[in-house]
Design a protein around this ligand. Structure first.
Ligand code: K7E
Ligand code: CUA
Length: 653
C-alpha cells in the first residue's frame, strides 16, 4: 500500500509540475478503464439521467446542473453574476437580486451548493449556495430552477463555511472565513490579534416558503472558519465548523497560520443558542445588509436593507461552544450518516482525525477540558477521538459517505480519492483523480441517506485531459461507480467555472415538480400585458413605457414612432405563450442592456435610453417557430425637440 501511495504521489506531482515542459501530443492512456464503462454512462437519446447534480461555478458565481451518469449539462443557473444567457441581472426585474450594502455587485465567488433536507434527507425543494467575496447566501427554487432569494451576511468577510443545512433545514449556516473587526470599523491591521472577530451566522429558513432571515450570529475569536456541517441523528442540534489560523496571524499566512500543531473544530450547540436568544441573552448590533427576494407572481425582485443583527457572545453563554482539537489546519468537516462521527480533514496532516460525538458529550459532562480560548472550553483531544485513518494520503480536503459504512476522502496533493471504513478506520480502496481533486460528491453523501451508487470527483487542474483550449482549460469532474468494492472510473466531463462542492439528488425527487410555464392569469407584474388587445405605448414626460406582447410569431406592436433622443424607454414585454419551453427573446439595436429572454407567462423589462435619431430594428432572439425570423419590428427615434406623435401598430390599423 505504501508503495502505491508513493507511485501515485510521484505521478501526480510530476504531472502537475512538469507537463509544461514535456508536451503531450497524444491523449492520455485510457488503459485504466474497463471495456464496459461506456454502457454505464450511456443515457440513450430521449432517456433521462438518474440523478441531478448541482455543481458550484466557483469564480463564475453561477451554479450548473448536470445529469448523472451521462455528465450532460442541463442548465446554468445564474446566482451571483449577471448572465447574458438568461438576462439575469440585466433586466430591470432581476437587478435588485444583486444589490448589497455596497451597491450593485454583479459577480461573486460561489462554492457550496447545499440541498434542503427534511429528517436528514434531501427533499428536492431548494438548493442554497454561498457567495464568498461579498458575503451572501442564495436560495434557488427547484420548481423553477431560478434564484429566488439572496441574503447578505453582515460583519462577515469571506463567507466560506456556508451554507450548510441542519437536519430539517431549520437553519442554513454562514461562517466567516476571514476574521474582521466586529462591527466593521477603521483600525490598524497590526492589532488583529484579540481584536478581530469571526462571526458564525445562523439563517432561519421558513418551513413553507424557504424565506430566509438572519436569526443570530455567534461571535467567535478571530480565527478563520473554513467549512461546516451540521449534526444529524444523535448530533442533531449541533453544527461543526473547522478553524485554521488559530495563531491569529495577519501576514505571511502560509507560514503564520501553519504554526500550531492543532487547530479546532468549533462545535456550536444551536439548540442552546435558541434558549439564550429566548432568554434575551443577546446583544443587538447595528448592521447593514441587503435582503433580496424574487416574487414569482410579480416576476419582480425587491431589495430591502436590514439594519441590525442579534449576537451571542460564547464567553457569556456557557455550553454554547466547545473546541475540538484537530490536526492540522483542517479544511472540510464532515459528519457521517449516523451523526456519531465527525471527520476533520487536516489539510497539512497525513492522518484523518475522526471525533466521536458520544465522547464529545461525555467529555463535556466530565469537564475534561484542556484550558480554554477566549472563554471557550477546549476538550481534551484524546478523550474525544474515535479513530485515526493513518497515512491515507496527502492533503485531505473533503469526505462524503456511501450509506454502506464507508467514507471517501479527497486528497489534493496525492490526487486521489481514498475509500475507508467508518469504524475500523482501515483504507479499503484508492483511485487516482486527474488532477488535484478538491471536493467530491455522492448523491445524498452528506445526509442521513446517501445514495451510494456514484461518486463525482471535482478537480482543480485539467492539463492534458481534454483537447487544448489555450492557457485555460475548463475544470473537470470525474464520475466513479462506487457500487462495488472497488471504485471504477467511468467518465470525465468539463464543468463551468470552478466546481468546488456539488450536491446530487435522485431525479425522481425533483423532476415531477418542475414548472412548465407561468400561468398568465396569475401574472401580477404591474406592467404586464395579458392580451394583445391591451398593448400600448404610454408617455409621461420623458419616460416612455412600451407594453408589448410576444406570441408565435410576432411582437406586438411592431411599428412604434414618437420616441425621442433622451427618452427613458421601458420595454415591458409579456410572453403570452402557455406552453412548456417556449421563451421569446427581445433585443433592440444600441440598447445597453441589449436583450431579454422571457419565459412563457412572464413579463420582463428592458431599459433603453436612445442616444441617436434613426429607425432601429428590434427582434426576437430565441428561435421560437418557423416564422421566428419574421418576429421583428422597428422603433423610430426622432430628435429631442421633434413633435412626431406617439404611435404604435401591428398590421394595418
Ligand atoms: Cu475545499 Cu471553497 Cu469547499 Cu473548494 S473549498 S475545494
Ligand atoms: Cu419569438 Cu423567436
Amino acid at each position: 500500500m505504501k508503495k502505491s501511495i508513493k507511485t501515485i504521489l510521484c505521478l501526480s506531482i510530476g504531472i502537475t509540475m512538469f507537463t509544461g515542459c514535456k508536451q503531450n501530443t497524444q491523449a492520455p492512456s485510457n488503459s485504466a478503464l474497463a471495456s464496459d464503462v461506456a454502457s454505464k454512462v450511456y443515457v440513450a437519446p430521449g432517456e433521462y439521467d438518474e440523478f441531478y447534480a448541482f455543481v458550484s461555478g466557483g469564480f463564475s458565481g453561477q451554479m450548473s446542473v448536470y445529469g448523472i451518469p451521462s455528465g450532460r449539462l442541463l442548465k446554468v443557473i445564474p446566482v451571483f453574476s449577471q448572465d447574458a444567457e438568461k438576462g439575469y441581472g440585466y433586466n430591470e426585474e432581476t437587478k435588485p437580486m444583486l444589490n448589497t450594502s455596497f451597491g450593485f455587485i454583479p459577480w461573486d465567488d460561489a462554492h457550496h451548493p447545499e440541498l434542503s433536507q427534511t429528517a436528514g434527507e434531501t427533499d428536492g425543494r431548494w438548493v442554497f449556495i454561498n457567495g464568498n467575496n461579498t458575503p451572501r447566501i442564495a436560495r434557488i427554487d427547484l420548481t423553477t430552477f431560478e434564484t429566488a432569494e439572496i441574503i447578505e451576511i453582515p460583519n462577515s468577510g469571506g463567507n466560506h463555511s456556508s451554507p450548510f443545512t441542519t437536519e430539517n433545514t431549520e437553519y442554513v449556516v454562514a461562517g466567516t472565513r476571514f476574521a474582521v473587526p466586529y462591527p466593521q470599523k477603521d483600525m490598524s491591521i497590526k492589532e488583529y490579534k484579540g481584536n478581530f472577530k469571526g462571526a458564525l451566522t445562523f439563517i432561519d429558513v421558513e418551513e413553507e416558503t424557504g424565506h430566509m432571515e438572519v436569526a443570530f450570529q455567534v461571535l467567535m475569536p478571530g480565527f478563520n472558519y473554513d467549512l461546516a456541517h451540521s449534526g444529524k441523528g444523535k448530533s442533531h442540534g449541533w453544527t461543526f465548523f473547522t478553524t485554521y489560523n488559530t495563531e491569529e496571524s495577519n501576514t505571511l499566512m502560509e507560514v503564520g497560520a501553519s504554526q500550531n500543531d492543532k487547530d479546532y473544530i468549533a462545535a456550536i450547540n444551536w439548540k442552546k443558542a435558541e434558549e439564550y436568544i429566548e432568554q434575551g441573552k443577546f446583544k443587538t448590533i447595528p448592521a447593514q445588509y441587503a435582503h433580496n427576494v424574487y416574487d414569482e407572481k410579480t416576476h419582480i425582485a425587491t431589495s430591502e436593507m436590514k439594519k441590525e443583527v442579534r449576537v451571542l457572545d460564547p464567553a457569556e453563554c456557557p455550553g454554547l461552544v466547545y473546541f475540538l482539537p484537530t490536526p492540522k489546519s483542517p479544511h472540510g468537516v464532515d459528519v457521517d450518516p449516523t451523526g456519531e462521527y465527525i471527520v476533520g480533514n487536516g489539510k497539512l496532516s497525513a492522518d484523518l482525525t475522526v471525533h466521536s460525538f458520544s465522547k464529545v458529550l461525555a467529555a463535556i459532562e466530565n469537564n475534561s477540558f484542556d484550558g480554554e480560548a477566549y472563554g471557550i472550553p477546549i476538550l481534551k483531544m484524546d478523550e474525544i477521538v474515535a479513530g485515526v485513518v493513518e497515512q491515507a494520503g496527502l492533503g485531505p480536503l473533503h469526505t462524503e459517505f456511501d450509506g454502506k459504512g464507508n467514507a471517501y476522502t479527497t486528497f489534493f496533493i496525492s490526487s486521489e480519492v481514498v475509500k475507508w471504513n467508518v469504524g475500523s478506520w482501515e483504507v479499503a480502496d484508492r483511485a487516482p483523480t486527474y488532477y488535484s481533486v478538491g471536493h467530491l460528491m455522492i448523491p445524498g453523501g452528506d445526509s442521513k441517506k446517501p445514495e451510494g451508487k456514484y461518486l463525482v470527483a471535482l478537480n482543480k487542474i485539467t492539463k492534458d485531459r481534454y483537447l487544448p483550449t489555450g492557457p485555460e482549460l475548463n475544470h473537470s469532474a470525474q464520475l466513479y461507480d462506487i457500487s462495488g468494492d472497488k471504485m471504477e472510473l467511468l467518465l470525465d466531463f468539463p464543468t463551468i467555472g470552478e466546481p468546488h462542492y456539488a450536491q446530487g439528488i435522485s431525479a425522481s425527487k425533483v423532476m415531477n415538480k418542475s414548472k412548465k410555464y407561468y400561468p398568465i392569469n396569475e401574472n401580477a407584474h404591474p406592467h404586464a400585458t395579458k392580451s394583445e388587445s391591451d398593448v400600448k405605448v404610454v408617455r409621461e414626460g420623458n419616460v416612455v413605457r412600451i407594453y408589448m406582447t410576444a406570441i408565435r410569431s410576432h411582437l406586438n406592436p411592431d411599428n412604434i414612432e414618437g420616441i425621442k433622443v433622451g427618452d427613458k424607454v421601458y420595454v415591458h414585454l409579456t410572453n403570452l405563450e402557455q406552453d412548456w419551453d417556449v421563451p421569446h427573446g427581445f433585443s433592440i439595436m444600441g440598447a445597453q442592456n441589449a436583450e431579454l429572454l422571457v419565459m412563457p407567462g412572464q413579463t420582463e423589462t428592458l431599459y433603453w435610453e436612445p442616444k441617436q435619431e434613426g429607425v432601429y430594428p428590434f427582434y426576437c432572439t430565441d428561435f421560437c417557430s418557423a416564422l421566428h425570423q419574421e418576429m421583428q419590428g422597428y422603433i423610430r427615434v426622432s430628435p429631442a425637440n421633434a413633435n412626431v406623435p406617439l404611435k404604435w401598430s401591428m398590421g394595418d390599423d
